[in-house]
Design a protein around this ligand. Structure first.
Ligand code: ADP
Length: 470
């Protein structure tokens, strides 16, 4: 059963229940008022009757005393003597007691009875004379009008309830159908996306977008966008890895083949193989580090690290590599951060290696470290190629490489270096920012929470001053 049908049924049943309860209450209340009215009429009629009754010399009720007694058509009465004999009756056709039980009980009572297809409400009133019990009067009223009224009321209430249920059910069906239309559309599009394997499609967000369905579809679209990104990254990763693997493997195979042919160890071939194996090892290491960093399983030490020392280590190390470029340190404060020395060094190495790699010969790479309030700010600035604006938002994504760097530097990294740096900075509670201008160069800025610098105590006062103070 569809949700739409279930909701409609539930609503209709609830509506029906409420209407029936309400109708029952109205019916019961009206019935009570009507019966009360009837009882009051009966009481008044019996009072009138009893007030006129006279007992003759034979201790019997005198029918003549009721000659002027006018009763409405739907009233009946019987006057029973103390001896249990029916003495006066109207209409004369009904000679059986109007209510046998109450007559025998001989007490004031109201009852509802059926005699000869007549539905009657009866009042039984015992009579007393100075000589003791004088008999019993029973006055009855025909309930046919009341029954008709009750039946009409019941029918009207039931018809209205059924009508309201039908109209309510239809309205509920239409409203639920309308409310669920965007969901139906969403299901259709989601099915098409699955069938066509096309994650670039999005589900149209219904207006107003802020309601529950709108929010659900927006969230679903965001999930789709994220999945699309992930799949793209994965696809790119596979393409990159297979591309990167092919070259070193071809080189290794070629050199091994060459040595086999020459039947001797060729030093050049061996070092070529070694370079390629190093490269492959680096790639596997990078992948492993990234995977661990992303899943928060990267083992990190938490020690005070002198970032200025790390920066100088990186400077010394990279100066040797970048022979055709100038590397300099512009400013360097003494700043300590809490963290893992080797990982923080890896961040700087990745940034400086990139700066060197993407800067042409003769360019300048400038390093800097400053304490800015409670943070360490490390900057790596180059005068290199810069990063195209369209690549800038993506360079920290795993496996992302700007289109240019792919073709220009086939021997460069795998697009993992910045992702790793980003994650290490994150795990240290820091961030990395980048500004770049194409053709002019880039600046990468790493912000890390710094350990507060020891506050300098004021110089102790001289003895003389101490004395004069006292
Ligand atoms: P790679 O191993 O390709 O250098 P990274 O993750 O370190 O991977 O960098 C991602 C991409 O960002 C690079 O492919 C390059 O296009 C761009 N990039 C990073 N640093 C620089 C820089 N200093 N100058 C220009 N482009 C850069």
């Amino acid at each position: 059963m569809s949700l739409r049908l279930r909701l409609t049924l539930l609503y209709t049943i609830l509506l029906g229940g409420v209407l029936l309860l309400f109708g029952g209450l109205v019916y019961g209340l009206v019935n009570l008022v009507l019966v009360n009215q009837v009882d009051r009429t009966l009481a008044a009629a019996s009072d009138d009757l009893i007030g006129r009754l006279r007992i003759n010399a034979y201790n019997q009720f005198d029918p003549r005393s009721l000659t002027n007694f006018q009763m409405t058509d739907n009233l009946l009465f019987q006057v029973w003597g103390a001896d249990g004999e029916l003495q006066i009756v109207r209409p004369p056709t009904i000679t059986d007691p109007l209510d046998q039980k109450s007559l025998l009980a001989g007490e004031l009572a109201y009852s509802t009875v059926t005699i000869d297809d007549l539905h009657l409400r009866v009042i039984t009133v015992p009579l007393q004379s100075i000589l003791g019990p004088a008999g019993i009067v029973q006055v009855a009223i025909n309930l046919s009008i009341l029954d008709t009224t009750r039946q009409t009321l019941g029918t009207v209430l039931l018809t209205l309830a059924v009508l309201a249920m039908v109209i309510g059910g239809l309205a509920a069906w239409l409203m639920i159908t309308r409310a669920m239309a965007p969901l139906a559309k969403a299901t259709e599009v989601a099915t098409q996306i699955t069938k066509a394997d096309d994650l670039s499609r999005r589900i149209p967000v219904p207006q107003p977008a802020g309601d529950e369905v709108g929010r659900l579809i927006t969230a679903f679209n965001q999930t789709l966008a994220r999945m699309e990104n992930l799949f793209d990254a994965q696809r790119r990763f596979l393409a990159d890895v297979s591309h990167e693997l092919r070259t070193p493997l071809t080189v290794i195979k070629g050199n091994v083949g060459l040595m086999r042919k020459m039947k001797s160890m060729d030093e050049e071939s061996l070092s070529s193989i070694e370079t390629e194996v190093d490269r492959l090892t680096r790639m596997v290491g990078d992948l492993l580090a990234l995977e661990q960093a992303e899943s928060g399983r990267l083992p990190l030490e938490k020690n005070p690290v002198e970032i200025d020392t790390v920066l100088l280590e990186v400077f010394q190390q990279m100066r040797v590599v970048a022979t055709d470029k100038q590397i300099k340190v512009a400013e360097i404060d003494q700043v300590q951060v809490m963290g893992d020395h080797d990982r923080l060094k890896q961040v700087l190495l990745n940034l400086v290696a990139n700066a060197i790699q993407y800067t042409p010969a003769g360019g300048v790479v400038t390093l800097g470290l400053a304490r800015v309030q409670d943070k360490a700010r490390i900057t790596v600035t180059d005068t290199g190629s810069g990063i195209p604006a369209e690549d800038l938002p993506h360079i920290f994504e795993r496996f992302y490489r700007a289109e240019k760097s792919r073709t220009r530097n086939p021997g460069s990294g795998f697009g993992l270096g910045l992702s790793i740096a980003y994650w290490i900075a994150q795990l240290h509670g820091g961030t990395i920012e980048v500004t770049s201008s194409e053709g002019k160069g880039s600046t990468f800025t790493v912000w890390l929470p710094a350990i507060p610098a020891p506050t300098l105590l004021p110089e102790p006062d001289s003895d003389e001053e101490n004395i004069s103070d006292v």
